[in-house]
Design a binder for this molecule. Structure first.
Ligand SMILES: [Zn+2]
Length: 208
């Protein structure tokens, strides 16, 4: 299996998350794969996630690994949603457990965020670029998701949102207004079905 080209500044780094890594992941190309079998440098954690991600290309595999990282580190990532660095530093947590959170919480958030957001270097094999089939990502609030659907799943779980209502809001408002859809979904989280229907109807009328 051929090892992908590794730029000098990225040597010894995981292709998936950018952390130091010393192992490699063998992607075995199938009938529908847009590229040949490849060997990618990676860390042990991403390796374990990559072998579990069903994929026809390494970019699909990459989405699967990122989604799994988002899921695994949801608690760390939520720190950045709920706090700013300054707020956390100024917080008056004084008991032992919470003061540890104050001191390391932001760092845990930054590590998880940077791993999720790490953009792998362009794929090439012996100088020939392989990147034309790379999927586009959806970015929101400083995080990159494999797709808008994955962003929806993440925030739905984080805030306990009504999945159907949130999905309808995203569909009505479109990806560029994802933040507004999220605000409305949070605002109407505990509202009844009738109120939600009214909001959707009004948005649909506005969109006309
Ligand atoms: Zn990794």
């Amino acid at each position: 299996m051929s090892v992908i080209d590794i730029p000098f500044e990225y040597r010894h780094l995981c292709w998936f998350c950018g952390e130091p890594g010393s192992t490699s992941f063998n992607f075995k190309a199938g009938k529908n794969s847009p590229h040949p079998s490849l060997k990618l440098p990676c860390c042990t954690e991403c390796h374990a996630l990559a072998v579990k991600a069903p994929a026809t290309s390494v970019w699909e595999c990459l989405s699967g690994v990122k989604d799994a990282l988002i899921k695994r580190y949801a608690k760390h990532l939520a720190i950045g949603d709920n706090w700013t660095r300054e707020e956390l530093e100024a917080s008056g947590f004084s008991c032992r457990i919470l003061s540890g959170f104050r001191e390391s919480g932001w760092m845990m958030y930054e590590i998880a965020r940077d791993r999720v957001n790490f953009s792998p270097w362009p794929l090439s094999l012996d100088g020939i670029a392989l990147d034309e089939h790379r999927a586009t990502l959806f970015a929101f609030n400083g995080l990159s998701f494999g797709s808008v659907g994955k962003a929806r799943d993440y925030y739905q779980a984080l805030y306990g949102l009504d999945r159907e209502f949130f999905t309808s809001l995203i569909n009505l408002l479109g990806q560029p207004r994802f933040g507004y859809a999220l605000k409305l979904a949070r605002l109407y989280r505990t509202s009844g079905a009738r109120d939600k229907q009214r909001v959707l109807r009004e948005l649909a009328e506005d969109a006309r």
